[in-house]
Ligand binder design. Structure first.
Ligand code: DQA
Length: 152
């Protein structure tokens, strides 16, 4: 059976396509999901793709991932820069975590240049738009393959 990856999206990412397209691009979240489904197939992974504007719901999903999924890809949106609760949940998940941002957060406002989430992330991909999600799936697939190879 293929490994299951939770692909979690935080606040305002449901507005992709209409939200500041010069920064976030013209693809919708549904387009990003299709990209992820294609990439998952290529890397022999299954995905559960979700979005919420609510911090606690994201925390609940990360806790759920601990029992259900082998890895987590997360774009926590603005909670990246504020949420110790999401950081704590990711640290407790004991799973590979890839943090994704569509925009290059290091070229933007100063408050976006700090990420709580990064403390729990195996890797971070930012600035490459929706392509970042595909790269994250490739990376997490490699990490899980290495892990299962080491267990043999
Ligand atoms: C974002 C960057 C965050 O600073 C912002 O609040 C978002 C989206 C990104 O994907 O570039 O909502 O995570």
């Amino acid at each position: 059976m293929s490994d299951l990856i939770y692909v979690l999206n935080g606040p305002n990412l449901n507005m992709l396509g209409v939200r500041e397209p010069a920064i976030y691009g013209s693809e919708t979240l549904a387009d990003v999901k299709v990209r992820c489904e294609k990439a998952a197939k290529i890397h022999d992974l299954s995905i559960d793709f979700r979005q919420s504007n609510i911090e606690g719901e994201l925390v609940n999903w990360i806790q759920e991932a601990r029992g259900q999924a082998q890895g987590i890809i997360i774009n926590a949106g603005a909670y990246t820069h504020t949420s110790v609760a999401i950081l704590d949940a990711l640290q407790a998940a004991e799973r590979p975590v890839i943090e994704v941002h569509l925009s290059n957060i290091f070229r933007r406002d100063e408050f976006r240049q700090h990420s709580y989430i990064s403390l729990a992330a195996t890797g971070v991909i930012c600035g490459l738009g929706a392509k970042g999600y595909e790269l994250a799936l490739e990376a997490i697939g490699d990490l899980l393959k290495k892990k299962s190879g080491a267990a043999k």
